[in-house]
Design a protein around this ligand. Sequence first.
Ligand code: NCD
Length: 304
Amino acid sequence: MKHLIDIKDLSTDEINHLIVVAQDIIKNKERYSKKCEGKKIATLFYEPSTRTRLSFEAAMYELGGNVLGFSSSSSSSVSKGESVSDTVKVISGYADIIVIRHPKEGAPLVASMKSDVPVINAGDGGHNHPTQTLTELLTIQCEKHRLTDLTIGICGDLKFGRTVHSLIAAMARYKNIKFVLISPKELEIPDYIRKDILEKNNIEYYETNNLEKFMPNLDILYMTRVQRERFFNEEDYIRLKDSYILDKTKLENAKDDLCIMHPLPRVNEISVEVDDDERACYFKQAKYGKYIRMALILDLLGIK
Ligand code: NCD
């Protein structure tokens, strides 16, 4: 039985295959509309979510399956003190596949050890978010037509942003990828990403607090929100929250084919005036999320 807890659970071939299937789904939606008839997905969300939960649910409905679950811990037995292990043990008797988001790093891994059905990590604390990364890879493939030879700027909260950690781990596998990591000092990438991924694989990367300086070099600019819920005090959040605001002026020196991405939700980091720029890909990116999740559900359920 396969789970997806960390992007490293997938080989590069498996990732590439999911992208091919997702692209086929986009072209031939009707061929997939009954693939999951009689199957159920459970979405167990102990943390807020809009896109991730609803795109998983939409994905299952579009495959002809059904959905059950909860969208906040207060509406489930967690509020009575039930452990994740017990909840998952029970739910794996009700559903064919489980998606879980949890504020504690490692909770989905624990869940996968107790589950009788495949478990997907939909975000664990400030750690990982592998299905968001699959979304980014499909977006990059569809918009740039390649996953190699790219200079990727990642800007904002690189410390707590779980999508950033999974994205670096995934893109570091492809040829000739360079990273420009743009953040205030306090929100730099965790040391394990620097050592175990970037340095270990000899990836070229720069760490800077200057977005404008590197803008002309970038093929992709991945903006992120400062992760308020992971801060120990509100003062630090307030001081750092508007460190970077992407607007039209800052894009003046950017490439014509820059791809501007953001996992969303956006707070202030991209000015709404950028939404009309044809380089803005973040709303398209959210749409791609549904298709790659359809491909992932089929794969984990072993449906061809
Ligand atoms: C991200 C998350 O939950 O980590 N959102 C998402 O899944 N699209 C990013 C964020 O919350 O900033």
